[in-house]
Design a protein. Sequence first.
Length: 138
Amino acid sequence: MRINHEGISHFFGGLYTWIVTVFFGMILLDIVYSSQVPEAVIEYAEVSDFLLLIGVLTILIAIGAIVFSWKSRIARNFFIASLAIVILEFLGPLFFSQLIEATHGSLSPTIIRLMISGSASILAFIGLHNLYRYSPLK
């Protein structure tokens, strides 16, 4: 039985692009809802736990997309860059927690968080585009 590697790479590339975009949308909703109802912080702890689960799933699927798109150098590099940004988004609060707390009332951490998450999604879309563009399955 012959395995269709191009089809598997397209599946994982598309799945990764979809989940990183959904992850961006969930972060956007988290920011909007937490700013609208700041006294409901306890309920948002559950949302943060769910975001962490989706983030871990995003990282695992990104690794699959990178592995299966290894033959396409351009797509692979965009997927790697997108994964690096997702990991940066996870590690950012760990390394910059004091800076984030110092700018608690400011809009800057929110804008930076959206830019980081959005750029990961954009890079995944570019990687998926290049994966399909240079695919022998046309």
